[in-house]
Design a protein around this ligand. Sequence first.
Ligand code: FAD
Length: 413
Amino acid sequence: MSAIADANAYPPDIVALRDGLDGFLKQEVIARHERHAALLDDERRLFTDDGRYHPDALALIREVRMAASRAGYYGMCVPTSLGGGGLGALAWFGGWERIFHRCADHYWLGHYAISHWAFGPSAVLERVSPRARDEMLAGMMAGSHSMCFGMSEPDAGSDAMMMKTKAVREGDGWRISGSKIWTTNSPYADYCIVFAVTDPARAAQRKGGISAFLVPTDAPGFVVERVIKMWGSVGGNEAILHFDGIRVEPWQLVGELDRGFAIAMLGVNLGRLYNSARSVGTARWAMEKAFDYVKVRQAFGHPIAEYQGVMFPLAESAMQMHGAHLMCLNAARLVDGGAPARKEVAMTKAFATQMAAQTLDRVIQAHGAIGMTNELGLTEAWKSLRKVNIADGTNEILRRTIVGEMLGGDLDW
Ligand SMILES: Cc1cc2nc3c(=O)[nH]c(=O)nc-3n(C[C@H](O)[C@H](O)[C@H](O)COP(=O)(O)OP(=O)(O)OC[C@H]3O[C@@H](n4cnc5c(N)ncnc54)[C@H](O)[C@@H]3O)c2cc1C
């Protein structure tokens, strides 16, 4: 994005933040990646036999998180009550968009430069008990520790109320049994926010009855059953978890008993704006690659940029990118203004993620065979964007939210 476009989109402090992030990414992410390319660019070295990141890769992730924490980026959107920068949704979107624009999925260590709400410190930690804060906050803010968010289960995805994991009363605490699936960062996390049924009758009536607990991943009974491998990859970031009667004490309850969904709601807008930023930023990165390529690639005596068959699909994507970008800025501003913006955030995430997967497909097509090679990183980016059409609310569930809000009378935007 040019300086003028940036100044139109953001107030000066966020423009400065994005410029600062550029320097950080160059120095702490791209340079580090280049130094360790032999490990990071080769899946056979990157993952161990059981599909986990190699310990050297985990050390690099931690290094980036901690460098970002020292530089002030990691905790920039964490509430000030937790020692963070307290910046809002527009800074969140602008920061992540810049990261994905510069790094896409190639320089993926960049994805650790800002604390993601489900894996690092966020407003969720305002709801943990004072004892839990004492135990975990410093490490989480420093980037030395991380967490994961265990909501989805094999039989409970979009309809999370169908979860079967239960926390049964035992004295003044509980014992948690069950399983989770798709839990991102769980093979590497120090803590897991586990959602479990605490009042089966209320849960069956869909009137609460589900609670959130902070569980250290080294607790007896916490088992990472296996890392899930997706898209032909030999490793991954998501896992299946099994809970075999994990004992939790009252101080491990997060938020109020039986009102665990309120904890999940704290991250909904952030998660959806994050995925929107990921979509807009990565699409921008890909589009720049396409425009570099079409000017130099020759066919039938001309640069392919002269063929409308090549360029019109890119123009189509450019229109969609522009629309998605404006939707993102608007949704972030609404959230910062205190509006729930459920409809607008849902629209933004659905539109941006679909736009981005389609844009990557078009950019790959414009490159011909070279677009499918690992070197360009386009297929990796396409896969990651395709994935976010499902994670954090599928395209269909987002439409359900949109029409639900409209049926409730919200016909404005
Ligand atoms: C990369 C990735 C990371 C993830 N990370 C996490 C994580 O960290 N923690 C976590 O808890 N979960 C995580 N998830 C899980 C994610 O939240 C679920 O995949 C998502 O909620 C959808 O659930 P499902 O996959 O079970 O699909 P289902 O709910 O089974 O849906 C299947 C299909 O039916 C459609 N569908 C369902 N209900 C309706 C309806 N009412 N109307 C129309 N269509 C409908 C869906 O849109 C989808 O197309 C992750 C998923 C992915 C892909």
